[in-house]
Design a protein around this ligand. Sequence first.
Ligand code: HEC
Length: 132
Amino acid sequence: MRTNIIFLCVAVVAFCLAAIRREPSAYPSATLTAAVADSVDKETGLALDPNFMIVKAQCTSCHSPKLILQHRFTRDEWLSKIRWMQRNHKLWDLGESEKTVLDYLAKHYAPSQSAYSRREALRNVKWYKLEN
Ligand code: HEC
C-alpha cells in the first residue's frame, strides 16, 4: 500500500515536470516569430533599416502602414503614388526625405518581393511527360 502511494507521488511529480518542460513547445512559432521580428518593426510591421524612422514619420500618420505592406511597386510607381496622394489626399512635399523614402520603398517593397513571403516563381522550368 505504501509503495503504491509513493509510486503515485512519483508519477504525479514526473507528470507535472513533463508538463512544465513541454510548455515552450506548445508555441512552436515563437522562435520563428522572433527571427522574423528582428528585421521588422513590431509596431508598424515595416522593414527595419536606417531609413525606417523617416518613412515611419512621413508615411504612417494618415493611414495604417498596412497600406504600404500590402503593395509592391517599382520606384517610379511609388513616386506616382506619392504624387497621387499629394494631389488628392493633402500629402505634403516630402522635400529632402523624398529620395530616402523612395530608396526605402524600392528596396523593401518592390514587385519582386512577395507580400506573403513566398519564394519567387521558378524560372526556366523544364517540364517532362509523366510515363503511364
Ligand atoms: C496626408 C495623409 C497621407 C500621408 C502622410 C500618406 N498617405 Fe498614403 N494615402 C493617403 C490616403 C488618404 C490614401 C487613400 C486611402 C484609401 O484609399 O483608403 C492613401 C493611400 C496610400 C496607398 C494605397 C494606394 C492605392 O493604390 O490604393 C499607399 C500604398 C500609400 N498611401 C502609401 C503611402 C506612403 C509610402 C506614404 C509616405 C510617403 C504615405 N502613403 C503617406 C494619405 C496619406
